[in-house]
Design a protein around this ligand. Sequence first.
Ligand SMILES: Cc1cc2nc3c(=O)[nH]c(=O)nc-3n(C[C@H](O)[C@H](O)[C@H](O)COP(=O)(O)O)c2cc1C
Length: 207
Amino acid sequence: MANILAFSGSTREGSFNKKILKSAVTGAKDSGAEVTLIELSDFDLPLYDGDLEHLQGVPKNALKLKELFLANDGLLLALPEYNSSMSGVFKNVIDWVSRPTDDEDAPLSCFKNKTAALMSASPGHLGGARGLVHAKSMLENIHVQVLAKHVCVAQADKAFNDEGVIKDETTRLSIEQLGFYLAHIIDEDDDKDKTHHREVSMTIQRC
Ligand SMILES: Cc1cc2nc3c(=O)[nH]c(=O)nc-3n(C[C@H](O)[C@H](O)[C@H](O)COP(=O)(O)O)c2cc1C
């Protein structure tokens, strides 16, 4: 069963990205995944500063986030586009959790074997697509496998009903499918790993 960490790169109360994330979480759960949905506003963090890290170590909330990254195979990320790129809030989280926390800890350890699905929502006509290009490139450089499929919701200021659910069924379903697909891919990779380990141990036994 896939374990997935889900969060939005927006801390705004009425965030459109938080709303689309909920549909993706529904899809992932429908696929049988265990989903941990968090709000970054519950993990208040200073801006990354090397001197602060040197003097005080990695902040407690960054350690908690790192534990969550380590405990999950998948990342469901709804990322707002700020000035054609990702939000500072999201990038700051990545910068803090990327830090090694003890001598045994390899750099970027918490991104190892992670698969991510990305989505975005914006009042603009591109739905935040340009921000996802940067986010995808950054995540792949730190060893996260990012699904080629992503969803962008344009004109997000008009996209939701009073309950915060996406009005257009096709759009809502495509986001649910993104969550479903992420969970499915992780399960598939898991099965491949198990088969591979079985084959290796049988070969070892034969030797
Ligand atoms: C600093 C800043 C920069 C922004 N830049 C962009 C942008 O480049 N493209 C875009 O589509 N929307 C941009 N927006 C609008 C955001 O998409 C909009 O505020 C959106 O609601 C943020 O996501 P949220 O609703 O999840 O908080 C920007 C907003 C802010 C505050």
